[in-house]
Design a binder for this molecule. Structure first.
Ligand code: GDP
Ligand code: MG
Length: 163
């Protein structure tokens, strides 16, 4: 089958928005309420002639602060296990949160390539905020705006090079 990319992250960071952007259609449900994506949703994407599958490991999570990270990870576990590469979505506006720290540990433990999508970088001045996420030592941190389609090309270039 196609190589699989899993989109991981805490609630409300823009996973589904990025997923929709990557597959080029509005398949995932995007909402202001954290955890609005109820299930894993699969789609197909193509970049530079390379086709791959994408899974939006979603919500199911009722409330961001109340949730233990292991729960999020457990929900995403199946997808993560079958994925060839992981896109970890974080929110540059919120910065690094304790849940991000915990997720970073869990993602690192997979040993898979992790690409950090520092989302909600809607303007160039917030690109610097993305640097905060380099501390986790993953492949590369890409400032993106899933909503506006900024920076996703660079992310995809790097991604397909590892698939
Ligand atoms: P998920 O819970 O991680 O799947 O997040 P969603 O994709 O549902 O998005 C959560 C909220 O963040 C929604 O209100 C989106 O419109 C918003 N959002 C997503 N991407 C961006 C972005 O690049 N910039 C801004 N400003 N908001 C975004
Ligand atoms: Mg979602």
């Amino acid at each position: 089958g196609l190589p699989l990319v899993a989109i991981i992250g805490r609630p409300n960071v823009g996973k589904s928005t990025l997923f929709n952007r990557l597959i080029g259609q509005r398949r995932a449900i995007v909402g202001d309420e954290p955890g609005i994506t109820r299930d894993r949703i699969y789609g197909e994407a193509e970049w530079a002639g390379r086709r791959f599958a994408v899974v939006d490991t979603g919500g199911i999570v009722p409330d961001d602060d109340a949730v233990i990270p292991a729960n999020i990870f457990k929900q995403a576990d199946v997808a993560i296990n079958e994925a060839d590469a992981l896109v970890w979505v974080v929110d540059v506006r919120a910065g690094v949160t304790p849940l991000d720290e915990e997720l970073a540990r869990l993602l690192r433990a997979t040993g898979k390539p992790v690409f950090v999508a520092a989302n909600k970088a809607d303007a160039q001045r917030v690109d610097a905020e993305a640097l905060e996420f380099t501390r986790f030592g993953f492949e590369q941190v890409f400032p993106v705006s899933a909503e506006q389609g900024l920076g996703t090309g660079e992310l995809l270039d790097a991604l397909i090079a590892r698939l």
